[in-house]
Design a protein around this ligand. Structure first.
Ligand SMILES: NC(=O)c1ccc[n+]([C@@H]2O[C@H](COP(=O)([O-])OP(=O)(O)OC[C@H]3O[C@@H](n4cnc5c(N)ncnc54)[C@H](O)[C@@H]3O)[C@@H](O)[C@H]2O)c1
Length: 462
């Protein structure tokens, strides 16, 4: 029994075990007509970046009808690749057809894994974002379709590069999905339609909150000396702006993306505040990473509408993880909890009072609507039916919007969308040349610390 024929509860269990919120799709067993350009019925997949999300994305891919096969894997750490392989093999059995000679380790592993595919197959990019443009460029050369995780970029030069690459991909009729899965939530799709139809009037204010305890690898104490500094930074990528855009970009992009979608626009400028209140770990060691622990960014749209995004990683502080849109006739709960959690709802009032409820989507317990599954269903349908499909321009808009807010808070300046997109500071100019022995593009100072933003003092983030 392969994974696509497993009962929904088993699929849910798989996704849970790989760290993703999920439920199964009712369409899991439906066969879609297959017009894969390469002339074979079997879509093959190479996974580049075999961590939590990579394992989840490969599972989402193999849960589609067809079903696709995983044939190659690439990582810079053997233990990450092995862990991912074992998890996927246990669940997907023969769909995981990755012999030892198709498991690759190193900074060139992505090329070797993609070399195992034929034109029209799919490469999954789930490394930290610094490597996105490098991997995408090679996939386009090889004629491969791509699924890549968010965020896509952390600086202006790579954002412009990715937009060019996106044009090249579209010219070659390649299909590209981006892991901003909110847009594939059926609940949010219905909410979006209702908002466009005027249910809450014209949007005037939006609010996103991701406030919780310290998460991911955002806060780091000093490099312990091994593995080498480059590999250690990669294993703690949320700590470093060159790798991830830091906690602000990595954690807040989903709310920023889906709120901008509700407005059908991207903000033109941002200003914000932020700071690092706690400088030592609970066991008293100094933190060395580049993040603030609190951010509040005010985005402004062309028509004056505001979007406020608050992010906090702090033990003991009030946790809020949800998003809202307010209009001239009422309000909407966009994400009730987490990145895009249901139920979404609309109200005739400016606060969510039950007596003014207009509409509420189904709850997780009443329905299955897994945006992580849905985003793959849409991508594979586009591949099989050769429909134009490229989510990169939108993924870049969301990444640039998120980064300009982060930069505004880090510099204490107003930053416009165009200024950020056209900025010249590339955080890791030679990412394509890194090897296992390379020094990190961001070496620690003599005190073991990495350059921090200094709002009001430094014009650059660091
Ligand atoms: N859409 C979502 O909800 C969601 C959820 C989690 C993570 N993500 C995104 O997915 C990406 C990965 O996050 P994660 O949580 O899986 O991290 P992770 O650390 O668990 O996995 C990343 C993997 O990539 C490997 N890697 C790093 N550089 C590499 C390179 N140059 N070549 C090959 N392999 C390399 C790492 O060794 C690691 O195994 C991030 O961009 C993150 O923002 C998205």
């Amino acid at each position: 029994m392969n994974e696509s024929t497993l009962p929904p509860s088993s699929r849910r269990q798989f996704i849970k075990s790989t760290g993703q919120i999920a439920a199964a799709s009712a369409l899991a067993g439906v066969t879609i007509p297959y017009v894969h350009a390469a002339g074979s019925d079997q879509l093959q997949i190479a996974l580049v970046g075999c961590g939590g999300r990579g394992t989840g994305a490969a599972g989402n891919a193999m849960s589609q009808s067809g079903p696709p096969k995983l044939v190659a894997m690439a990582d810079v750490f053997q233990h990450r690749l092995d862990g991912s392989f074992n998890t996927l093999k246990k669940q997907f059995k023969d769909q995981v057809d990755v012999s030892d000679d198709r498991k690759f380790i190193g900074f060139d592993a992505y090329q070797k894994a993609m070399d195992c595919l034929k034109k029209g197959d799919i490469a999954i990019f789930t490394t930290p974002l610094a490597f996105r443009w490098v991997h995408f460029k090679y996939a386009i050369e090889k004629g491969l379709n791509v699924f890549m995780e968010k965020p896509l970029t952390a600086d202006g030069p790579t954002s412009r590069r990715m937009l060019k690459l996106a044009d090249e991909a579209s010219a070659k009729k390649l299909k590209v999905g981006v892991g901003l899965m909110s847009r594939h939530s059926k609940a949010l799709q219905e909410l979006h339609k209702r908002v466009q139809d005027g249910e809450i009037g014209d949007i005037t204010l939006m609010r996103g909150y991701r406030m919780q305890g310290p998460i991911g690898s955002a806060f780091s104490t000093a490099w312990p000396g091994q593995p080498n500094e480059l590999l250690w930074q990669i294993s703690r990528f949320h700590s470093f702006l060159w790798l991830s855009g830091g906690g602000f970009s990595d954690f807040n992009i989903h709310h920023i993306d889906h709120l901008c979608w509700m407005k059908n626009a991207w903000p033109v400028r941002a200003q914000g505040i932020g700071g690092r209140h706690y400088r030592n770990s609970p066991d008293g060691k100094p933190y060395v990473d580049q993040n603030f622990d609190s951010y509040s960014v005010e985005y402004t749209f062309e028509d004056g509408t505001k979007l406020y995004m608050d992010g906090r990683g702090m033990t003991g502080a009030l946790p809020i993880y949800s998003s809202y849109a307010h209009g001239t006739k009422g309000m909407a709960i966009v994400s009730k909890a987490n990145d895009c959690g249901r139920p979404s709802s609309t109200f005739r009032s400016q606060s969510p009072r039950s007596e003014s409820l207009i509409w509420k989507s189904k709850d997780n317990k009443d329905d299955v609507d897994d945006p992580y599954f849905n985003e793959w269903e849409t991508l594979i349908e586009a591949i099989r039916n050769d429909k134009p499909y490229n989510e990169v321009p939108r993924g870049i808009a969301a990444s640039v919007t998120t980064s300009m807010g982060r930069m505004a808070a880090h510099t204490a300046q107003e930053i416009t969308y165009d200024e950020f997109l056209n900025s010249t500071h590339e955080y890791s100019p030679n990412t394509d040349k890194l090897t296992m022995d390379s020094p990190s593009p961001l070496p620690a100072g003599p005190d073991g610390k990495y350059p921090m933003p200094e709002p009001g003092v430094k014009k650059r983030e660091y």
